[in-house]
Design a binder for this molecule. Structure first.
Ligand SMILES: *Cc1c(COP(=O)(O)O)cnc(C)c1O
Length: 220
């Protein structure tokens, strides 16, 4: 199947209101342009250098998302143009994003990455860390970030019940945070969960943003 055919198939399976981020990491500009011709305009990358190069080389109406782990010292390279940073996994990183966004006169959209998997290796806040940050005076002082919701990655497992449980937990935490801290903030509405292997489950559990790479572009 071609990239355009894969896209069409995935898009037609997504309910209204679920947005597709086409994860194009390690894929060529030609592949991205093929998806773009098929009217996909939202793309995700997980490495800063690759993201900035592709931003410079590809059409300017592409909405770029940073989906991977982001190092504090690299924030400055992407804040001038990136639409949404999915993987904000610590307060220090959020403060750096705010600082760099102030410098370029932007308000940077961000998602809080929550640790939901069993694997230790995946990044993210736990519930207590998020609540602690959100109630701090230091957080209240940030002016150049907009929190748009949460992001999570489930355990890589064949146990579908486990994956359901983890995504359901993320949705629950989102709802709790919405109620306790963002009831008046219409921007806090996104739950970024689901990749090629588990997006069907994620959508069943309330995902609003799916991040899909290999099912569109083929295996890397
Ligand atoms: C690579 C990546 C994806 C897409 O993964 P696929 O399995 O290729 O769909 C989604 N989210 C993040 C954070 C990624 O790094």
């Amino acid at each position: 199947m071609t990239i355009a055919q894969n896209l069409k198939k995935i898009k037609s399976s997504l309910p209204e209101g679920v947005k597709l981020v086409a994860v194009s990491k390690f894929k060529s500009n030609e592949d991205i342009l093929e998806a773009y011709q098929a009217r996909q305009t939202v793309f995700g990358e997980n490495r800063v250098q690759e993201l900035t190069e592709k931003y410079e080389q590809l059409p300017k109406d592409i909405e770029w998302h940073m989906v991977g782990h982001l190092q504090t010292n690299k924030v400055k390279y992407i804040v001038p143009f990136v639409h949404l940073i999915h993987g904000v996994d610590g307060f220090k990183l959020l403060k750096e994003i705010d600082k760099q966004a102030l410098k370029v006169g932007r308000v940077q959209n961000c998602l809080l990455q929550i640790h939901i998997a069993q694997e230790e290796t995946k990044f993210g806040f736990d519930r207590e860390e998020v609540l602690q940050m959100l109630t701090s005076a230091e957080f209240a002082a940030l002016q150049n970030i907009q929190l748009c919701g949460v992001m999570g990655m489930a355990t890589l497992t064949d146990d579908k019940e486990q994956v359901h449980k983890e995504f359901r937990g993320l949705k629950q935490l989102f709802s709790e945070l919405k109620q306790s801290h963002f009831a008046l903030n219409d921007s806090f509405k996104e739950i970024s969960m689901g990749m090629s292997g588990d997006y069907v489950i994620a959508v069943e559990e309330g995902s609003t943003l799916v991040r899909i790479g290999s099912s569109i572009f083929g295996v890397r």
